[in-house]
Design a protein around this ligand. Structure first.
Ligand code: NDP
Length: 347
């Protein structure tokens, strides 16, 4: 069988923005016969995610992530259909997902690396398994629950950075459902700001590229900030933390503004921000969704129900064709996406 795949063509270097030319599309063939324990899968949707930036380096700096190798097929989150199987855990017609799905139109995968999912959980909208009812939805829900200390009736204000992205757009909605009286998003375009307020029910949104964030934040959060869901780090986070109340909580989800720099994770804070955290007894613990997978099944059920009932709205940016994987990844890293960036694989 002839298939198309995406391999790593070059590395951007630890300091530098990735470019589509870091990836290359190739044609290859799959061996016709399956071995015991293997399944032939047809790729339906692939995900591009910020954590992949460190997999472009020779050394990822994280022991749980391996670097992509030059001229080898790239992998990440994927969802697809089992076309034939010689493993006990899945059969033809099953919908399956994996965190290590090869960027390939069809693939032979070990059944042990595939997770069978129920399409009813997403009303047939299978790409949601990579976003709102997948890992980014989990990061949003569990991040808020584990580190946010949101209490109904406590009159709390939540701020979300990277608010129009996959995690941020869900995190803000969970914050509102869990009881925050005010949820303010910070993001990169007016179109995103409009979507946050008009489509997702955020109280207000700030365009950090156009507006004076400290001033606008004061206007939008007259009672200060109690909970900060941080996806970006850097100057934006310094600004938000400076306006946080005593006893507030930072959910340290990600620091994307620093991912194209050769700095450790989490990147060091300025002295001023560190001093603010200490003086105001603000918690800022690192959050990693992979450390909470024992809570994933229940959380995915909850996300599924919220999405089906319309309590949580889902935004996606979908690009068609495996040949656009590199473009889609680089675009997402620069803010080209509203909601989850998805690539639909055409056969
Ligand atoms: P998004 O869908 O949010 O896409 C990335 C977004 O980051 C872009 O759309 C862009 O939006 C924003 N961005 C890019 N560069 C900058 C910058 N310099 N300053 C501010 N914003 C920037 O991705 P995800 O939702 O998948 O991930 C969001 C964050 O959550 C990342 O930091 C990621 O690493 C983290 N994450 C953490 C997990 C965990 O377990 N802790 C799990 C999953 C994700 P804009 O237009 O607003 O600039």
């Amino acid at each position: 069988m002839h298939v198309q795949r995406v391999v790593l063509n070059s590395r951007p270097g630890k300091n530098g923005a990735p470019v589509p030319e870091n990836f290359r599309v190739e044609e290859t063939t799959l061996a016709p016969d399956l071995k015991d324990g293997e399944a032939l899968v047809r790729t339906l949707y692939l995900s591009v995610d910020p954590y992949m930036r460190c997999r472009l380096n020779e050394d990822t700096g994280a022991d749980y992530l391996t670097p992509w190798q030059l001229s080898e097929c790239v992998d990440g989150g994927g969802v697809g259909l089992v076309e034939s199987s010689r493993c006990s855990t899945c059969t033809e017609g099953d919908v399956v997902t994996s965190f290590n799905w090869p960027w390939q139109t069809h693939a032979v995968m070990k059944g042990s690396g595939l997770q069978k999912v129920d399409p009813q959980l997403v009303d047939g909208h299978l790409s949601y398994f990579l976003g709102a009812v997948g890992i980014t939805g989990l990061a949003a829900l569990l991040g808020v629950r584990e580190k946010g200390h949101v209490i109904k009736g406590a009159n709390q204000t939540m701020v979300v950075s990277g608010a129009a992205g996959a995690c941020g757009s869900i995190a803000g909605q969970i914050g509102r459902l869990d009881g925050c009286v005010r949820v303010v998003g910070i993001c990169g375009t007016d179109e995103k700001c409009r979507a946050l307020v008009e489509d997702l029910g955020f109280s207000a949104a700030i365009n950090y590229g156009q507006e004076d964030v400290p001033t606008k934040l004061k206007e939008c959060c007259p009672d200060g900030v109690d909970v900060y869901f941080d996806n970006v780090g850097g100057v934006t986070s310094d600004t938000v933390i400076a306006q946080m109340n005593k006893g507030g909580h930072v959910i340290l989800c990600g620091q994307i503004s620093q991912y194209n720099k050769d700095v450790p994770y989490p990147p060091p804070l300025s002295e001023e921000t560190q001093e603010t955290l200490q003086r105001k007894s603000i918690t800022r613990e690192r959050f990693m969704v992979l450390n909470y997978m024992n809570k994933a099944d229940a959380a995915l059920c909850e996300l599924s129900q919220c999405v089906k009932s319309g309590q949580v709205k889902v935004l996606e940016t979908v690009v068609n064709g495996i040949e656009h994987m590199g473009d889609a990844f680089c675009s997402m890293m620069k803010g080209g996406n509203i909601g989850k960036q998805i690539i639909k694989i055409l056969q």
